[in-house]
Design a binder for this molecule. Structure first.
Ligand code: PBG
Length: 326
């Protein structure tokens, strides 16, 4: 064997035992930092499995209440509700109707848990429009940003009236956070907070979600969701949201955008959330189902990596399960 000076510096010393590793761990994932997205579908009596998201379902109103109670029991930070209406139209009328599925589900969830768990709701039109876009269209078929804003304001008021604690505007219309903030404040609802999807990318990783909400999207969302090529633009969007009154800003998806999470975390002074989206969930579930990946460690590593990148809060379909694993 060749002669050499034995290393004096040995980083492995701190990895020798589980107790040492635990002591020096830089990042943790705690149940309170996880938010569970839940889908509720109008007109069904029992939950329906979502085939592209094994383990996830479209809830009935009844099963949603149970899922919300279960999330509270698990100690997660909150739930994010998405509605799947029975009928859709060009302007997403179901979104602003107090009897619309998302609004009744918000009321159900709040009746179930009160303030013991933070109840959040998606504030976007794509689940409610027949063309599947996040906004309304003008005569030429283009997204009408400002007419959409007026509907978002109404939608925020309907969700607030239903009792929501935090709204999640996800449509990426310019000025949406400011318009929603002033609508809420004008209605005496300065108590309702805003989790803004600041940096939301036009991503292939939303694929399974489109099945989950029965979306009938024609075309793509590239005129409003961001180009995956751009990180600075994501920071800019997040800063604009904070300036307009966002209480929390979100980066979405998470795994392919860990650099954006870090840059946003280093730039803003509000909590940063990240959305571990449907496609990210489906990839791990599919690989695990094939025996190609060890499921639980992969889930925990995924969540840890998103936290390490700088996310304070993670929206993840594993929230309730992971809370049990931690
Ligand atoms: C829009 C919305 C989407 C998701 C959350 N909110 C879909 C989209 O923008 O196309 C995707 C979430 C996921 O993929 O898990 N209302």
């Amino acid at each position: 064997m060749t002669e050499f000076e034995p290393p004096v510096i040995r980083p492995r010393r701190l990895r020798q035992t589980a107790a040492l590793r635990r002591m020096v761990a830089e990042t943790t994932v705690e149940p309170r930092q996880l938010v569970m997205p839940l889908f509720v579908r109008e007109g069904i009596d029992a939950p329906l499995p979502i085939s592209s998201m094994p383990g996830q379902v479209q809830h009935s109103r009844d099963s949603l209440r149970k899922a919300v109670a279960e999330a509270a029991e698990a100690g997660v930070g909150g739930v994010m509700l998405f509605g799947v209406p029975e009928s859709k139209d060009g302007v997403g009328s179901g979104a602003v109707d107090p009897a619309g599925i998302l609004n009744v589900a918000i009321a159900d969830a709040v009746a179930e848990v009160g303030t013991a768990l933070t109840v959040m709701s998606d504030l976007c039109l794509d689940e409610f429009t027949d063309h599947g876009h996040c906004g309304v269209l003008d005569e030429t078929g283009r997204i009408d940003n400002d007419r959409t804003l007026a509907i978002y304001a109404e939608m925020a008021l309907a969700q607030a009236a239903a009792g929501v604690h935090m709204v999640g505007p996800s449509g990426m219309m310019d000025g949406q956070v400011g318009v929603i903030r002033s609508a809420l404040d004008g209605a005496g609802r300065s108590d309702v907070s805003i989790l803004a999807y600041g940096a939301k990318y036009s991503s292939a990783f939303f694929g399974p979600f489109r099945e989950a909400v029965g979306s009938s999207l024609e075309g793509d969302r590239r005129t409003y969701q961001q180009d995956p090529a751009n990180a600075l633009e994501g920071v800019r969007e997040a800063v604009l949201d904070v300036e307009q009154g966002a209480d929390i800003v979100m980066v979405k998806p998470a795994l392919a955008y860990l650099d954006v999470i870090r840059q946003v975390r280093d730039t803003v002074d509000v909590p940063v959330a990240a959305y571990n989206v449907s496609g990210e969930y489906a990839m791990v579930e599919a690989a695990a189902a094939n025996g190609w990946i060890d499921r639980e460690p992969a889930i925990l590593e995924t969540l840890l990596a998103i936290r390490r990148a700088g996310a304070d809060v993670i929206l993840t379909y594993w929230a309730v399960e992971a809370a049990g694993l931690i």
